[in-house]
Design a protein around this ligand. Structure first.
Ligand SMILES: C[S@@+](CC[C@H](N)C(=O)[O-])C[C@H]1O[C@@H](n2cnc3c(N)ncnc32)[C@H](O)[C@@H]1O
Length: 289
């Protein structure tokens, strides 16, 4: 009997998978993601790689990972952002690891005489982190125009586009105090019901830019009063972490603060940073040689 349901895409791979994906493809992909983003993928991640990149193959109408690798390495580089984006997690939230924000606030208050206080969120994802920094600045100075400038960067242009837009499901702000929800977010109605938009004043504090922490040259002219480098180092191996930390230290003012994620620590970089709170660090003075 013929049925019209239970249709599935025609399997191309010899193992019955939709796309051909060989161990050699996996090795090539893990080499490329390591070169491009410093991300280390162990073989246990093979299924995750298959599942996440399959979407990119479908998007381009390809039938094998070998073709996808060809597209990635031969074209003008437009696919790299999506490739890295597909293999990393963008998990973030407003006031994630909330113990950091009172520390940031006290740090800002100590600098209230400064003309501009410079902050950097260097793996900003969809923007909740820099917007939380902006809310903290506005609260600290009691003004929607505090003397604070925030650089927010990420390797993935896709998440940066969402961050720039500043539109989020209402559930993402429900855990914030009602006063903060009302003061810093506009509530959507009609087609936008169920969403909030960050106030324009907060957005104007932030510059969103694509930046790969593995870039051979860091073009920032500024030294920052604080850097948030949270929940990204976990992807990198030790030599890559060390390179990023050396550069971050140069980018931080001598009395600046360096914030890391809950499962990260800088115990292996004691020559560069010393702890001054839970997952917060200060630069270590360079000893005169
Ligand atoms: C888990 S999110 C962290 C978001 C935010 N910092 C937080 O803690 O909530 C990790 C982010 O790091 C970004 N990322 C991964 N590799 C990167 C690299 N080499 N340079 C810059 N950003 C990178 C990813 O695109 C992703 O948005």
């Amino acid at each position: 009997m013929k049925t019209t349901d239970n249709f599935a895409p025609l399997a191309n791979g010899s193992d019955g998978r939709e796309f051909e994906f060989t161990p050699a493809d996996f090795r090539r992909i893990s080499g490329l993601i390591y070169e491009r983003a410093g991300i280390v993928l162990s073989p246990v991640k093979s299924d995750m790689v298959y599942n996440r990149l399959s979407r990119r193959l479908r998007h381009h109408g390809l039938s094998s990972f070998a073709e996808y690798i060809g597209l990635l390495t031969q074209r003008d580089g437009a696919e790299w952002g999506a490739f890295i984006g597909a293999l990393t997690t963008h998990l973030t939230s407003f006031f994630r690891e909330e113990h950091h924000f009172p520390i940031l606030s006290a740090h800002l208050a100590e600098r209230r005489e400064a003309e501009t206080i410079h902050l950097w969120s260097c793996a900003t994802s969809t923007g909740e982190e820099p917007y939380s920094m902006a809310v903290t600045a506005a609260e600290t100075f009691g003004s929607l125009h505090p003397p604070v400038s925030i650089l927010a960067t990420d390797v993935d242009n896709g998440v940066l586009a969402l961050a720039r837009e500043g539109v989020y499901p209402v559930d993402s702000v429900r855990h914030l105090p009602e006063r903060i929800q009302k003061r810093y977010f506009q509530w959507g109605s009609g087609r936008n019901k169920g969403f909030v938009k960050v106030r324009a004043e907060l957005q104007s504090m932030i510059t969103f830019q694509a930046f790969n922490l593995l870039a051979p040259v860091w073009p920032m002219k500024e030294q920052y009063d604080a850097i948030f480098c949270r929940n990204v180092m976990i992807y990198f191996d030790r030599p890559t972490q060390e390179r990023i930390l050396v550069r971050s230290r140069r980018q931080l003012k001598h009395d600046g603060l360096y914030f890391v994620g809950h499962s990260e620590n800088l115990n292996h970089a004691e020559h560069l940073f010393h702890p001054c709170g839970r997952t917060v660090y200060r630069t270590r003075a360079v000893s005169p040689s």
